[in-house]
Design a protein around this ligand. Structure first.
Ligand code: FAD
Length: 564
């Protein structure tokens, strides 16, 4: 029997001449910050873009983002200092060129957002109020309404799209509730991507042909039972790029956010890092601060350090959570600085003036994704990637807080510009045959919830080779009767994407026999020189390809346990 993860090219059978056809210059899969920024760039340069979002634009990680956007805009700050902090947290695996490019472009992106009408919180003297978050040595995070930055960012980008092109003659069409199932591959043998096959509840299956396709579909956080990510974060773009033959990289690196509200029945709402930046303490059940012993930056240590220290504290105390003590901030200041979080905490009967808030780590950010260069180019012609779905190397082995919205803005724009430069390729006749499965019916939501629990248990904050092996066995078993099915709804396609992504994540985590950045192996607790390299995986290759190696010396000093 073959391996369905490798053998399956398309999730559904179709015959291209029989389906409705739509044409555009650039097809953007994803309507978060990266996708919208890419589309705006295409339009500003006179091109036509279609943006697909499988849900309304207001349901995305971008819309949910809280703390803000990092950029060196303070007169005492510099792009170089921002780059140094980013590189230090990235534990030797960042692409330095990507880092410098992003930190240098940061202030101009913030200026552009302000020109577009984005409201940013201001200090009493009228200057932009800059917050500080874990791993940053300076206050450099711009934010809106305390911790509602993402909502304002989506509002502004959506308005900008609606304004239309004044001079360029370009256009943007946004298709909400439109699900990209698979990328269309040319039969000419060079792997060129020609667009995508999509499903819309009203219009059914459609083919969208484009001279370039940009994957901006966000991360895969929903593969974990505990996650801060919205329901849409099923990593569809990563899985469909893999099926089309693109390389995926760095998938072992998933950032766990340390402070997620842990109240039975509550959504896993994030208590932004900025709350610790304002002075909140992490305490155990005896009210004792435990981060001071773990790291010189205490509560503001990099997220991987805080998450692991919480996991160790829980193992020691046998509790299910620790507490965030807001009293050092003061209830009045907390309510003024974080009105949304104040309302959230109070809605569970907790009083910030007296009650520490129960918190627990959860999967937060997908560092890996579709391997791409500084222009978003992947190793398939016609295919680009940006934002959380891409792996440009900007974050290395760990992402510095609030760098991802900036990444979406900077690399989304660059991917849009490069995509528009692609040569047009004519549509082709594509016949996709998928053999009918004769296996039993499937309870998709049951498999999905087993999968999410298993990934959380076996590939969560601290990993071991044997637990990863167990996970791979489970995934292989589920894959045998899930990946051979032909589904006709998004739930089924998402499950198939999640099984693929979980398998890739587990394989990459098992391969990396060291601890570095967000990837912690109990059986290999140190960083190791031979793994001071990135690795990418492709459908047509058994073993990973290593690239972007750093020097052993810098890997040593970049151990995530060193002060950041
Ligand atoms: C709760 C929370 C708080 C955060 N706070 C911050 C912060 O303060 N600062 C910061 O820098 N980062 C923050 N992050 C991370 C940051 O928000 C994300 O990394 C970033 O917004 C990702 O943007 P994106 O455009 O790549 O993807 P997303 O914003 O996730 O957008 C993905 C888009 O792809 C679409 N899509 C997915 N699959 C398909 C498909 N098959 N077909 C069609 N469309 C599809 C979705 O509908 C959506 O429109 C936070 C994340 C979360 C979850």
């Amino acid at each position: 029997m073959g391996d369905p993860l490798v053998d399956r090219r398309y999730l559904i059978p179709f015959r291209s001449p029989l389906l409705p056809q739509i044409f555009t210059d650039v097809l953007v899969v994803g309507g978060g910050v990266a996708g919208l920024r890419a589309a705006l760039e295409v339009r500003d340069r006179g091109g036509d873009a279609i943006v697909l979002a499988k849900a309304p634009l207001e349901v995305s990680s971008t819309a949910w983002a809280q703390g803000g956007i990092a950029a060196a805009i303070d007169p005492d700050d510099t792009a170089e200092a921002h780059a140094v902090d980013t590189l230090e947290v990235g534990c030797g695996l960042n692409d330095p060129a990507a880092v410098h490019l992003m930190t240098e472009a940061g202030p101009a992106e913030i200026d552009a957002l302000r020109r577009f009408g984005m409201r940013l919180d201001e200090a009493d003297d009228g200057a932009i109020d800059l917050a500080r978050e874990g791993g940053h040595r300076r206050r450099r995070i711009v934010h809106t309404d305390g911790a509602a930055t993402g909502r304002e960012l989506v509002r502004v980008l959506r308005e900008r799209v609606a304004l239309g092109a004044r001079k360029s003659g370009g256009s943007i069409r946004i298709f909400e509730h439109c699900f990209a199932i698979d990328l269309l591959s040319s039969a000419r043998g060079d792997g060129r991507v020609l667009g995508a096959i999509t499903h819309h509840p009203r219009h059914g299956l459609q083919l969208i042909w484009a001279k370039a396709t940009v994957i901006a579909s966000g991360g895969l956080g929903q593969v974990f039972r505990e996650t801060t990510n919205p329901r849409v974060a099923t990593g569809d773009g990563i899985a469909m790029a893999w099926r089309a033959g693109a390389s995926v990289a760095d998938l072992e690196f998933v950032q766990f956010h340390p402070t997620v509200l842990y109240v039975a029945g509550a959504a896993r709402a994030l208590l932004s890092e900025a709350v610790r930046g304002e002075g909140a303490w992490l305490v155990d059940r005896d009210g004792r601060r435990f981060m001071q012993d773990a790291h010189p930056m205490a509560e503001l240590a990099p997220r991987d350090v805080v998450s692991r220290t919480i996991a160790a504290t829980l193992a020691r105390t046998g509790e299910s959570h620790v507490w965030l003590d807001l009293r050092p901030i003061g209830a009045a200041r907390f309510a003024q600085r974080f009105p949304g979080l104040d309302a959230l905490v109070r809605s569970f009967g907790l009083d910030p003036a007296s009650d520490p808030v129960p918190v627990h780590p959860a999967a937060h950010y997908t560092i890996g994704g579709v391997r791409c260069d500084l222009h978003g180019r992947t190793d398939l012609p016609g295919l680009f990637a940006c934002g959380e779905a891409g792996a440009s190397g900007v974050h290395g082995a760990n992402r510095l807080a609030s760098n991802s919205l900036l990444e979406g803005l900077v690399f989304g724009g660059r991917a849009g510009a490069a995509a528009l430069e692609e040569e047009a390729a004519p549509p082709e006749r594509i016949i996709a045959d998928v053999a009918m499965s004769h296996r039993a019916e499937l309870d998709v939501s049951d498999v999905r919830s087993s999968l999410r629990s298993a990934v959380w248990r076996n590939a969560g904050i601290v990993r071991t080779g044997s637990r990863l092996d167990d996970l791979l066995d489970m995934l292989d078993f589920w894959g045998r009767y899930s990946l051979d099915k032909i589904f006709d709804d998004t739930e089924g396609w998402e499950l198939q994407n999640q099984i693929s992504n979980a398998t890739l994540l587990a394989k990459a985590s098992r391969w990396r026999r060291e601890s570095r950045g967000t990837h912690a192996r109990e059986d290999f607790p140190e960083s190791r020189g031979e793994f001071a390299t990135r690795a990418c995986w492709r459908r047509d290759r058994e073993a990973p390809e290593m690239f972007g190696a750093t020097t052993e010396a810098s890997a040593e000093t970049a151990s995530s346990e060193s002060p950041a």
